[in-house]
Structures are given as structure tokens and as C-alpha cells.
Design a protein around this ligand. Structure first.
Ligand SMILES: CC(C)(COP(=O)(O)OP(=O)(O)OC[C@H]1O[C@@H](n2cnc3c(N)ncnc32)[C@H](O)[C@@H]1OP(=O)(O)O)[C@@H](O)C(=O)NCCC(=O)NCCS
Length: 176
């Protein structure tokens, strides 16, 4: 019998709640992210958009197993050519809890919350085979410029309302 928090034999209602991150959760959520990604994560271009930025905690979610977080997704305010957009990541599920739908549930919840908050679009750096079925597509080459090197096939966005990405182009920056 699996020990997963999203055991498929359990009913939908038994799935653990995804709770908006609180300021007090920061250290334990950071520890989960460090475990999953290792110290190399700080060298990523995506990190340039997070350092010195403040996460949108209402749009960032944690899945808890008792006092331990087993999955998380954070979202951040950024600008594309001066227009406000949400930047998603890090996104991580503890190794022993993967392949039970927790990751997809976190992404869906993050998208729903950003939509409800009135945002136009979400940008992320990730793998299309995973994020494509969740509504993300590759940003057309040359449309936007991240603050560092990145594989353009991994620069993905999702409109949260019709035409939500239509007018977006230019430099990707942090809000001041
Ligand atoms: C990516 C991650 C969060 C997914 O969590 P999860 O709870 O296992 O996700 P789900 O259960 O919704 O989906 C699992 C499926 O996605 C697949 N998958 C996982 N990562 C993938 C990737 N990078 N590309 C394509 N498919 C991927 C799994 O193989 C699995 O496929 P299966 O259902 O056919 O077995 C988790 O694998 C993880 O933490 N990975 C390391 C960190 C990472 O890569 N984060 C994303 C950076 S953008």
C-alpha cells in the first residue's frame, strides 16, 4: 500500500488540502525546495526574477503532511515589457510523493488563484511535456527577453483570460 498523500484508492475528498503559503512557512518550504533542487537552483536565470522580489503568498500553495510540506508552488510578480504578469516557480513535490497528481493539483490551484485575482497571464521556465497539458505553451521566439540564458523551448506561458498574452513582449523584469 502506498504511503502517498494522494493515494489513488482514497476518495477525492480525502486528498490533502493545498493551503496558501504563510510567512511563517518560509523556512520549511525553502528546505523542501532545497532538497528537491539542490544549491544549483540559485544559479538559474529564473532565480534572477525571484531574488529581492516578494512572493505572492495568496497565489502560492503548500501541501502538508502533518507538519512537513510535501509539495509547493510559489508565484511572484514580474513585468513583461512593463505589463504585470505572474511568474511561477519553484514548483516541487517530495520524491516519495510524486506521480499521484499532486504536482498537477498544485499547478491547477496556482492558475485558479491567479485567475481569480484578475491576472492576465503566468510565465514559467519548465518542460512543455509536463506543463503543456496544464494549459501552457512555448513563448514565441524573440517575444520576450529573460535576464539571463535560458533554453527558449522551456520558456512557457499561459493566458488566464482570452488574449491574456497577446500584448506581452519585451524585457522580463522584477517590479521595483
Ligand atoms: C515536476 C514535479 C513537481 C511533478 O510532481 P508530481 O506530483 O509527480 O506530478 P504529477 O503527479 O502531476 O505528474 C506526474 C507525471 O509527470 C511526469 N513528469 C514529471 N516531471 C516531468 C518533466 N519534467 N517532464 C515531463 N514529464 C514529467 C512524471 O513522469 C509523471 O508521469 P506519469 O503520470 O506518466 O507517471 C516533481 O516531479 C518534482 O518535484 N520534480 C523535481 C523538481 C522539478 O523538476 N520541478 C519543476 C521545475 S519547472
Amino acid at each position: 500500500m502506498t504511503d502517498s498523500v494522494l493515494d489513488e484508492s482514497k476518495s477525492q475528498s480525502a486528498a490533502p488540502p493545498l493551503v496558501a503559503e504563510k510567512p511563517a512557512d518560509r523556512a520549511v518550504v525553502d528546505a523542501l525546495i532545497d532538497d528537491v533542487f539542490g544549491p544549483g537552483r540559485y544559479a538559474k536565470t529564473a532565480e534572477r526574477l525571484r531574488e529581492g522580489n516578494v512572493p505572492l503568498l495568496d497565489l502560492s500553495f503548500v501541501c502538508w503532511r502533518g507538519a512537513e510540506p510535501v509539495g509547493c508552488v510559489r508565484q511572484w510578480p514580474i513585468l513583461i515589457g512593463g505589463a504585470p504578469v505572474v511568474f511561477l516557480g519553484p514548483f516541487a513535490v517530495e520524491e516519495g510523493q510524486r506521480k499521484h497528481g499532486l504536482g498537477a493539483a498544485l499547478i491547477r490551484r496556482a492558475c485558479e488563484a491567479a485567475t481569480a485575482a484578475g491576472h492576465e497571464a503566468i510565465l514559467l521556465v519548465g518542460d512543455l511535456p509536463y506543463f503543456g497539458p496544464l494549459g501552457f505553451e512555448v513563448v514565441p521566439t524573440g517575444r520576450i527577453a529573460l535576464p539571463g540564458p535560458v533554453d527558449p523551448r522551456r520558456v512557457l506561458w499561459r493566458a488566464l483570460k482570452p488574449g491574456g498574452t497577446d500584448g506581452l513582449n519585451g524585457a522580463v523584469t522584477k517590479p521595483i
